[in-house]
Write a protein that binds this ligand. Structure first.
Ligand code: AHR
Length: 337
């Protein structure tokens, strides 16, 4: 009797263990990675309420960047995500890397990284991948192998430079000389725009000098002043390609102080911010190549797909255009950034 009761108890225990093991096999979710720690659809889809998104913003160097940050914060609030882990790296890669490491440690669901420069991301991207945290590269590009990140969402910076070249080709059919006020050295935006300009600029238009203003108004002023000491506007150069509107506004300040008038030079800028539109209304910019900062909705949508193991596109390029002074006055009041 006693023996049979012991036998029955053992059998029940074995049965219970077998059932538990069976349930475990169907346990979904976090252990079925799609290069991520996301849940599989079978477990019930995750929603924005489940999402902790890490956004180590690269800085606050321009109106474009301010609009980009606002786009992420507003989208996160509107969609009601669990947490947006935001930080401002003040244009320093080491700060972005530290912020990413803290996010990996915290176990966030997705990291959206706007990389200040292209190189130097391999180690931290590998760490995120090993932790099953997918990374969406946002805005600028990285040089790391694309197997280290989930996707890139942003502008085609080379195309932006090519569009600027097309404007100079139209405005300077007989050739001439231009200066380039470039963005942050080594950044995907500056590298791409410089490359695009050189790809498409007519051979009779020479780039006689190129210096960085680090995408800021403040740094663009002394760079333009130094250019004006070396080169006489109108004589030594007829145009300036400026990698963003903030630097354009800084350059205008320096040009005005040197007695240069709006329209004396052909100036093409990038971004299409309200400041850039005002510079077109005032006659300083002849064209403004659009670079759209409102990336929050697209990135959060992709982040949720990654959390749910859904298919995503590896490269998502923003549809952009070129703005001209003739429509600037009309469009300025409706510009969002
Ligand atoms: O990477 C996008 C660029 O970064 C924008 O053109 C510029 O304004 C910003 O600082």
């Amino acid at each position: 009797m006693k023996v049979s009761r012991i036998f029955a108890t053992i059998m029940l225990a074995i049965l219970a263990l077998a059932m538990l093991a069976g349930c475990g096999g169907e346990t979904p979710a976090t252990s079925t990675p799609v290069q991520s720690g996301g849940a599989s659809a079978a477990s019930g889809a995750k929603t924005y309420k489940d999402m902790t998104l890490c956004f180590p913003q690269l800085g606050a160097e321009s109106d474009w960047r301010t609009a980009d940050t606002a786009s992420f914060k507003e989208t996160a609030t509107t969609l009601g995500i669990k947490q947006l882990v935001f930080s401002d790296a003040q244009q320093k890669q080491e700060n972005q890397i530290s912020a990413m490491r803290a996010c990996i440690q915290q176990g966030v669901d997705v990291i959206a990284l706007p990389p200040v420069v292209e190189d130097g991301w391999d180690a931290v991207l590998t760490e995120a991948k090993n932790a099953n945290i997918p990374v969406i590269i946002v805005d600028r590009s990285v040089s790391a192998a694309n197997s280290l990140y989930a996707a890139h969402i942003g502008s085609d910076m080379v195309l932006e430079g090519e569009r600027a070249a097309a404007e100079f080709n139209k405005m300077m059919p007989n050739g001439g000389a231009i200066l380039e006020l470039s963005g942050t050295t080594g950044s995907g935006a500056a590298v791409g725009r410089a490359k695009g300009l050189r790809n498409k600029l007519n051979a009779n238009i020479k780039i006689i000098d190129s210096q960085t203003g680090n995408f800021t108004r403040a740094e663009a002023v002394p760079v333009m002043q130094a250019f004006l000491k070396k080169y006489k506007p109108g004589t030594d150069f007829q145009g300036v390609f400026i990698h963003n509107d903030d630097m354009g506004i800084g350059a205008i300040e320096a040009l005005k102080s040197a007695g240069v008038k709006a329209g004396d030079l052909k100036i093409v800028s990038v971004d299409g911010t309200r400041g850039g539109f005002q510079a077109m209304v005032d006659g300083w910019f002849q064209a403004d190549v659009e670079c759209n900062p409102l990336l929050g909705p697209q990135v959060l949508d992709m982040a949720l797909k990654l959390m749910n193991g859904q298919a995503i596109d590896k490269e998502v390029l923003t549809n952009e255009t070129v703005y001209y002074p003739d429509k600037a006055k009309e469009l300025l009041p409706t510009r969002k950034y």
